[in-house]
Ligand binder design. Structure first.
Ligand code: HEC
Length: 322
């Protein structure tokens, strides 16, 4: 071993193995560990120094010992040191797999009597490596055929793909559950969890009561407890009103811009809808139209209903949609 790798290979190899291990085990984010923590650079330098020192010391001891040997011993040492491992077995295996080639002088013995426009064919023995690979591929093919197409005990590529899709679907669902903040106007659904609604109530209390009253009865803003809606009364419309704001100049601002998170807007929107049918202390008169839930085209209707009213409001609704 020692003779196989001289010290100028040994030292860097050992050093980079240690270096690699340090990088692997020290969690240093995006930066390499030795840049992130200067102490590690120092440590690595020390390692390098120690490795070189070890080589030097071992070399010195060897030469001292060598000097102390008698002549016969020195000769034996030199003979041993120059003996490089021969890899005999590997070489033998290689020769065996390569097979014997017919020497060029004897080729006339194995030539076949085909003649393709002057191109002739030799009947060489097949090289064993080729032959064995061929046998192995036959065995493989038989096992493969049996496994995938006779018993079907392993999945084919299509089945694997289907399985992975199914698995990915499950993981996406699970992720969506934990990542409620991914919700937007297209994916929002009415939340009914007590925790979500109570959080929605808190958000409503902190941001909305000044204009809509604590019980949703309305003041500057419209009554949120009745069936009449200006901007749409399903969860998606309410979410969008909260997120993007109402018609410009009316006072209902975009709460997305105010820093409400998507999940918070979904919660407060669900809370607002939970006020439906309650009786506030002093309800404001209805504004807008009775909301019809079966109206499936609802997501675009708010602007359309507005457009049928005053001219001024058409302009506003257009700017709201920009
Ligand atoms: C500064 C006063 C003000 C505040 C604060 C306010 N709103 Fe409004 N809100 C309004 C006004 C005014 C409208 C009517 C907008 C319009 O006509 O376009 C409105 C409309 C709405 C609507 C649509 C009603 C409909 O009939 O379509 C919803 C839902 C709503 N607000 C929810 C909220 C929520 C939730 C909050 C708190 C996060 C909030 N508002 C905070 C003034 C306010």
């Amino acid at each position: 071993m020692k003779n196989l790798f001289p010290s100028y290979i040994r030292v860097p190899v050992v050093f980079f193995i240690i270096f690699g291990m340090v990088e692997y085990f020290v969690d240093s984010g995006d930066k390499p560990a030795f840049l992130e923590y200067p102490i590690i650079m120092l440590f690595l330098l020390l390692i390098l120094f120690v490795l070189i020192a070890i080589e030097g010391i071992v070399g010195a001891i060897e030469s001292v010992l060598f000097q102390s040997l008698d002549e016969a011993g020195k000769a034996r040492y030199i003979a041993n040191a120059s003996k490089v491992p021969q890899f005999k077995k590997l070489k033998a295996l290689y020769a065996k797999l390569k097979g014997d080639e017919t020497p060029i002088e004897e080729e006339h013995e194995i030539i076949l009597d085909h003649n393709y426009d002057g191109i002739k064919e030799l009947d060489n023995n097949l090289p064993p490596w080729w032959l064995y690979s061929w046998y192995a591929s036959m065995v493989f093919a038989a096992i493969y055929l049996f496994n995938f197409h006779v018993t079907g005990s392993s999945d084919t590529q299509y089945e694997e793909l289907d399985n992975e899709y199914a698995q990915a679907k499950i993981e996406i669902e699970a992720y969506k559950k934990t990542a409620k903040n991914l919700v937007d106007v297209n994916s929002v659904v009415l939340l009914t969890d007590a925790a979500d609604l109570s959080n929605g109530k808190k958000i409503f209390g902190a941001n909305c009561v000044a204009c809509h009253m604590a019980d949703g009865g309305g003041g500057i803003g419209p009554n949120l407890t009745d069936k009449y809606w200006i901007l749409g009364g399903d969860i998606k419309s309410v979410f969008r009103t909260i997120s993007e704001g109402g018609r410009s100049g009316k006072g209902m601002i975009s709460w997305k811009k105010e820093g409400l998170k998507p999940v918070e807007m979904a919660q407060v929107a669900s809370y607002v809808l939970s006020l439906q049918g309650t009786t506030p202390a002093s309800p404001k008169d209805p504004e807008g139209d009775i909301w019809q839930p079966e109206d499936t085209e609802d997501t675009t209707t708010p602007t359309e209903t507005i457009e049928t009213t005053e001219d001024l409001e058409i302009e506003e609704s257009v700017s709201m949609n920009n």
